[in-house]
Design a protein around this ligand. Structure first.
Ligand SMILES: Cc1ncc(COP(=O)(O)O)c(C=O)c1O
Ligand SMILES: N[C@@H](CCSC[C@H](N)C(=O)O)C(=O)O
Length: 447
């Protein structure tokens, strides 16, 4: 791992240094550090559903919802500064409120809010230096794969893509050059489960300097706390479950090491990727309903997964006992989430199903109140070239469903109608029968 950028002997102590007492690596003022995650003010910790809605921050007027401080600058009382904030790129009260709330929810001492999930990964990977190695999965969100490919091509980072469901294989590629082990679970879109605690433990044993990074977008803090399972940094696309309405782009990063937190804050202030006040407000509002949304989305997803499985489809969903890593998933997560994928045996048939659905909108993304349907190879993962997709055994006929909060019977009816219309199942007097093309060829979600 790299060391922090040098402050440089020639760097001038800024006036703001006096104002805040605490400066970043560039001599600029740091906004106040977020409050520790476990409430340090003596109150007991409530259940997560309660903590999501509860905030104990004291607004000057007692506003029960954090105001949007829609201001780029903040007036100072003296030429030497003195205000808590000076410029929104460096810090903004609405963003700080959100960051403190997310640190509490994610059991971290520090959380940082940026403009997207990919922005979060960009901030994290700027901790890397040329020659560093990253060990990561062979089933990754397409955008993550694209950013890692960019770093490998342009920044001298060596990236190893391995099957992260195989702990022994991960161990084989970890070396003294490994700076990061980057994991997703369940993987997007093949819904493979990764043994986070084992990999984190092995990675730290083999190379104590290696940082274990977890993309928790597919589960959210409602279902999994990677920092408690050995991760050093966790990040999420706030575009998904956290905000829940597909009305903003956002990214959240959380960690417990103050030095790492300061380095990442330095990048955010330097590059200007901090979340805007308006989006911070919307994310704060969205996260309050995470528990209730997730409960309904999961219940719907479970019913839909069972419906599809009963029609003979090969369904990938960790809520199904048939998932080959069912026990592993439930040892690290508190729920199955609301993303599932299934195969039809024929990409053209899959296209017809996707286009016949009405309630399930054809769209990328997930974690939203609306149900979505997509073909990952053509959509969310199209940035992975066809050859690599084939090498990584990503089925071209894969359909991904991202289940929302609608009435489950309406969703099942919609899917059933789409399957019939596309010719995937036949309706007879005895009920629905899957046509041959829909039958699972291998029957195992991890093969
Ligand atoms: C698992 C996962 N991680 C990260 C991202 C990136 O998030 P964003 O779209 O907010 O940049 C996405 C989707 O975009 C995702 O599916
Ligand atoms: N055109 C976008 C695709 C975004 S995919 C969003 C989400 N992570 C998903 O899995 O659906 C791009 O190129 O990034």
């Amino acid at each position: 791992m790299s060391t922090p950028p040098e402050t440089g002997s020639g760097s001038k102590p800024s006036m703001a240094k006096k104002a805040f007492g605490k400066v970043d690596l560039d001599g600029h003022n740091l906004p106040p550090s977020p409050a520790p995650s476990s409430p340090s003010n003596g109150r007991r910790r409530y259940a997560l559903a309660t903590e999501l809605v509860y905030t104990d921050s004291k607004d000057q007027y007692g506003a029960s919802s954090i105001p949007i401080y829609q201001s780029a600058t903040f007036k100072q009382s003296a030429a030497t500064g003195g205000g808590e904030y000076d410029y929104t790129r460096s810090g903004n009260p609405t963003r700080t409120h959100l960051e403190r709330h997310m640190a509490k929810i994610m059991n971290a001492t520090r959380a940082l809010a940026v403009g997207s999930g990919m922005g979060a990964l960009d901030v994290i990977t700027r901790l890397l230096r040329p020659g560093d190695e990253v060990v990561t999965g062979d089933d990754l969100y397409g955008g993550t794969n694209r950013l890692l490919t960019y770093l490998a091509t342009n920044q001298g980072i060596v990236v190893h893509h391995v099957d992260t469901t195989d702990v022994e294989r991960v161990k084989e590629v970890i070396s003294e050059k490994t700076a990061m082990v980057l994991l997703e679970t369940p993987t997007n879109p093949l819904i493979k489960i990764v043994d986070l605690p084992s990999i984190a433990r092995q990675a730290h044993e083999l190379n104590p300097k290696a940082l274990v990074i977890v993309d928790n977008t597919m589960l959210s803090p409602m279902l999994c706390n990677p920092l408690e399972l050995g991760a050093d940094i966790v990040y999420e696309s706030g575009t998904k479950y956290l905000s829940g309405h597909h009305d903003i782009m956002a990214g959240i990063i959380a960690c417990n090491d103050p030095a790492i937190g300061d380095k990442m804050y330095f990048t955010i202030n330097s590059t200007g990727c901090g979340l805007s006040p308006n989006d911070s407000f919307l994310l704060m509002r969205g996260v309050k309903t995470l528990a209730i949304r997730m409960e309904k989305q999961q219940a719907n997803a479970q019913a839909i997964a069972e419906f599809l499985e009963s029609h003979g489809f090969r369904v990938r969903y960790p809520g199904l006992k048939s998932h080959p890593q069912y026990d592993l998933h439930w040892s690290i997560a508190r729920g199955a989430g609301a993303v599932l994928s299934f195969e039809t045996g024929d990409a053209a048939l899959s296209e017809r199903i996707v286009e016949a659905a009405r309630l399930f909108g054809i769209s990328v993304s997930f974690g939203c109140v609306n149900s979505l349907i997509s073909m990952p190879c053509q959509m969310s993962h199209a940035s992975i070239d066809a050859k690599t997709r084939a090498e990584r055994q990503m089925p071209e006929d894969l359909i991904r469903l991202c289940v929302g909060i609608e009435d489950v019977n309406d969703l099942i009816d919609d899917l059933q109608r789409a399957l019939v219309q596309a010719g995937a199942v036949t309706l007879t007097i005895d009920g629905f029968h899957a046509n041959n093309a829909t039958q699972s060829s291998s029957g195992s979600a991890s093969s």
